[in-house]
Design a protein around this ligand. Structure first.
Ligand code: MG
Length: 323
């Protein structure tokens, strides 16, 4: 059954996907109370971040040389991946930081998954011990955001999602005590639905039958059960679309919770036709105001990861809607 909410959700998704692509000057008009001054100053150099996962193994073959290449492409900030016991890949974190300093790159964020995917009162202590070590290690190299990029397995019911929120709040407290901010990064699975007492998530609310009550999107439950002073959200706009969700709608609705974006496409930015980045950036400037973002690229064909990452930088450098 198509209700009003689904209609609006789908209409907005089409807009995000490009059906209504075009000049988005109406975005500010669509957002009462949002002033033009929320947009960054024109003429300042673009601050473009990169999630280093985008380079895969290619970066780790020559870290100092690779970082210099990244800087030359126009990237200024990095989000780390590959944290393992005080190292990034095989490089001790302090050395990695020094190499970034030498290349003129600032590490502002990191992706770290805890050692457990099932959350319970039995392993809560182990998970918190892990976050304490991860927060301390990253505090030593001046990282601002400590972000969990992977969905916990225990998100099969509304109650499990609520418990995940409790664990995230705990991680948030630990990060805050170390001077960092804890965030959560989505893929597509978080836009599935769950029900009270359920055994599994399902792709849409209709899958549960017309009499089902208390249905909830996992992502919305995560937002609801986390403390805004302890947990923020890094919205991966591509994975939101892949989860049949509208990143623009989420940024408008949760503009106080979504503070970082993953700018990602099916391959090199702007080439698939399925992502309306103009709408996404305009909404982020007006709805969120100040936000950080990181380019992410997964496996590419017929080119190296470095070539793909360079193509992404060129797209954002040229894009007039990226301030
Ligand atoms: Mg991502």
């Amino acid at each position: 059954m198509t209700n009003r909410r689904n209609f609006l959700r789908n209409a907005s998704l089409l807009a995000a996907g490009g059906i209504f692509a075009g000049k988005s000057s109406s975005v500010s008009a669509a957002m009462p109370g949002m002033s033009q001054s929320a947009a960054p100053t024109c003429g300042a150099p673009k601050v473009i971040g990169l999630q280093i996962y985008s380079l895969g193994r290619e970066l780790h073959q020559d870290v100092p040389g690779g970082l210099k290449k990244i800087k030359a492409m126009g990237y200024t900030t990095l989000e780390l991946a590959g944290y393992n016991d005080g190292k990034i890949g095989a490089t001790p974190m302090a050395e990695f930081k020094k190499m970034c300093d030498d290349a003129g790159l600032l590490i502002t964020s990191t992706h770290v998954n805890p050692p457990e995917r099932e959350y319970s009162s039995k392993n809560k202590g182990k998970i918190m011990d892990f976050w304490k070590k991860a927060a301390d290690d990253h505090a030593q190299i001046g990282v601002k955001y400590l972000i969990q990029p992977g969905q916990p397995a225990s998100t099969r019911s509304t109650q499990e999602v609520e418990y995940v929120g409790e664990i995230f709040n705990g991680a948030g407290e630990i990060a805050k005590a170390a001077g960092l901010q804890f965030g959560y990064h989505n893929h597509a699975g978080e836009f599935a639905w769950v029900q009270p007492g359920g055994k599994e998530a399902k792709p849409n609310s209709r899958s549960f039958g017309k009499d089902a009550k208390g249905l909830e999107v996992i992502y919305d439950g995560m937002l609801k059960h986390t403390d805004p002073s302890l947990v923020f959200f890094e919205l991966d706009v591509y994975w939101a679309v892949m989860g049949q969700a509208d990143p623009v709608e989420y940024m408008r609705k949760y503009n106080d919770r979504i503070r970082v974006l993953h700018i990602k496409d099916r391959a090199v930015l702007g080439q698939s036709g399925m992502m309306n980045f103009e709408m996404i950036f305009n909404t982020a400037y007006y709805a969120i105001g100040k936000f950080d973002y990181f380019v992410e690229l997964e496996g590419v064909r017929n080119m190296t990861q470095f070539e793909g990452v360079k193509g992404c930088a060129e797209y954002l450098m040229k894009a007039p809607f990226v301030k």
